[in-house]
Design a protein around this ligand. Sequence first.
Ligand SMILES: Nc1nc2c(ncn2[C@@H]2O[C@H](COP(=O)(O)OP(=O)(O)OP(=O)(O)O)[C@@H](O)[C@H]2O)c(=O)[nH]1
Ligand SMILES: [Mg+2]
Length: 225
Amino acid sequence: MNPRIVEVRKNIMKKNDLAAAALRDRFQLKRMFVASFVSSPGAGKTAFLERTLKIARSSRRVAALVGDLATEQDAERLRHSGAPVRQITTGTICHLDAEMIEHALQGWPPDEVDWLFIENVGNLVCPASYDLGEHLRVVLVSVTEGEDKPLKYPHMFRAASLIVINKIDLVPHLDFSLRQTIDNVRLVNRDAAVLEVSARTGEGLEAWRDWLCAEAAAAREFVPL
Ligand SMILES: Nc1nc2c(ncn2[C@@H]2O[C@H](COP(=O)(O)OP(=O)(O)OP(=O)(O)O)[C@@H](O)[C@H]2O)c(=O)[nH]1
Ligand SMILES: [Mg+2]
């Protein structure tokens, strides 16, 4: 690659890392637990978050940020939960970065928040490189995408604390192997937890809630739900 391009890219990443470090400090100070969600477009991030916000709101103060190139549609869907939600529209940019998060958090959310969820732009490539200061990153993959995604997008799957296989209600209708997908996840990430869920039917969401509570408790020394 052209050395000038390499230099510019290094500077962009350095700038993002500094902004992410400042966000991390701020989250610690405010005792705010932050999880981000990434996936290819349409894997079910918003559907999964709609469920998550409803579950978490019973005992936690929650809020969400959602990134898309255009529209407020996902924010509107998430607001039905009653939680404060802010949309970040990125225009032509295929990922969120730490400055966008910092900007969205200026004077917002209106009240103190225990858990903040960030839905990234639907994309399995660009978001992998951008630290958002979050405690953990969840990668969703849906059963309609095929078993090979962990192998084709290893950077994204490697950076995940949890891999959620969504839309398992559709498995009976597909030629899709859960076993093969999990084996492929293990080839790129030995440590991540793996959960099989359906944001449509709610299957697997108890295990998700338990995992989330344990992670938040570890990060914030909070008592579990
Ligand atoms: N059958 C089934 N459909 C689902 C499930 N989860 C999401 N969907 C559907 O999949 C489509 C995409 O879901 P979204 O939640 O919008 O996906 P997304 O990842 O947020 O999409 P982008 O924000 O555009 O990247 C919608 O029609 C959902 O209703 C699921 O578990 N099962
Ligand atoms: Mg969405």
